[in-house]
Ligand binder design. Structure first.
Ligand code: GDD
Ligand code: MG
Length: 363
């Protein structure tokens, strides 16, 4: 089977992390976001993956070529010279996507869930129409594409991207499966699949919805990245608890703690709930970590407290310092001892030596 992953866009909402790597390579629960998707696709029998890229392709190529051999799949980079939106990339990759009659998956690169690819494929083949959209329910549908169907019917009547007025709360989860005939609808130009293609397919009664069970999150901005991490860890706790640190470990507080085997944790720490600690991280003594992400090479010194925050690669948090309020430290940021940082977005390579009490960007 084939799949295309939409990995374009500048990932501006996930800055400062995306100033260092493209959004799909940002570590989510200790591995690049896109690797979670590729592993699930491979498990469902996908052997041909197209990455639709328009930003920092060289970095992506270097990292992803390794996965070809590891998984025995072909990864093709389909590089846009101008951003083609969310549908144009399908036209650019039409030779691969249309090379046989079998359906193909399309994924937004920034969504996390228990990817139900096999169930989607079976459902899609059973209804026999052109497309299937994975759907989930959310409280704030205005940020997403909303799906409207008749009661007890999977056929989509209307698709409304980012509705201004409430039309429903069942939304597009950013994962699709299409029959190759969809390619006849898409021209090679910047095109929005949500605004131009889905409404037309709905009018032609060619579009179905498949309800996702379990958690879902678009992790394309820091607040949601943290929420997505919590949801993911809760799911791991149910399905693969051996991946997490056991609750019997004295430093674990409330569970859902993922620690890379190379990380070092000091004495008397309180860690959890909902914490991911990446490779080569050093956590000092008496440190308190809650609902936070520490990426590769981070150092958290003695008695620091990190809560509701993301600490980017190789950054450090000083002794007795405190991060909170969705603070995001970019790559190689250094927070001095005894400093309080609340809701700051700190650009790579900065040093912070005095308190930042109000949310904002530190450049
Ligand atoms: N190759 C390529 N080229 N990819 C692109 C481009 C482009 O020009 N523009 C955006 N993308 C990719 C992004 O990297 C992302 O993976 C995906 O397309 C969706 O773009 P976002 O910018 O993340 O869109 P969104 O989150 O506002 O809305 C989309 O996702 C929601 C679910 O999270 C829509 O599909 C909504 O309908 C959906 O509900
Ligand atoms: Mg998104």
């Amino acid at each position: 089977m084939k799949a295309l992953i939409l990995v374009g866009g500048f990932g501006t909402r996930l800055r400062p992390l995306t100033l260092t790597v493209p959004k799909p390579l940002v570590d989510f629960a200790n591995k690049p976001m896109i690797l979670h998707q590729i592993e699930a696709l491979v498990k469902a029998g996908v052997t041909d993956v197209v990455l639709a890229v328009n930003y920092k392709p060289e970095v992506m190529v270097a990292v992803l070529k390794k996965y070809e051999e590891k998984f025995g799949i072909t990864i093709t980079f389909s590089v846009e010279t101008e951003p083609l939106g969310t549908a144009g990339p399908l036209a650019l990759a039409c030779e691969i996507l249309g090379k046989d009659d079998s359906p193909f998956f399309v994924l937004n690169a920034d969504v996390t869930c228990d990817y139900p690819f096999e169930d989607m494929r079976d459902f899609h083949l059973a209804h026999g129409n052109e497309g299937t959209i994975l759907a989930t329910k959310v409280e704030e549908p205005s940020k997403y594409g909303v799906i409207v169907t008749q009661p007890n019917n999977t056929k989509i009547d209307r698709f409304v991207e980012k509705p201004v007025e409430y039309v429903g709360n069942r939304i597009n989860a950013g994962i699709y499966i299409f029959s190759p005939s969809i390619l006849d609808r898409i021209e090679l130009r910047p095109t929005s699949i949500e605004k131009e293609i889905f409404p037309a397919m709905a009018r032609d009664m060619q579009l179905h919805t498949f309800d996702l069970e379990g958690f879902w999150m678009d992790v394309g901005q820091p607040k949601d990245f943290l929420t997505g991490t919590c949801l993911y860890l809760s799911s791991v706790a149910k399905k693969a608890p051996h991946m997490l640190v056991p609750a019997s470990e004295p430093y674990v507080c409330g569970g859902n703690v993922l620690v890379h085997e190379s990380a070092k944790i000091g004495k008397g720490c309180k860690i959890g709930p909902n914490v991911t600690i990446g490779p080569n991280v050093t956590v000092g003594d008496g440190v308190c970590l809650q609902r936070c992400v520490l990426m590769d090479g981070v150092q958290v010194k003695d008695y620091a407290w990190v809560k509701n925050s993301i600490v980017g690669w190789h950054s450090s948090v000083g002794r007795w310092s405190r991060l909170d309020g969705v603070t995001v430290l970019g790559d190689d940021v250094h927070v001095a001892d005894e400093v309080y940082v609340n809701g700051a977005s700190v650009l790579p390579h900065k040093s912070i030596s005095s308190n930042v009490c109000e949310p904002g960007i530190v450049m």
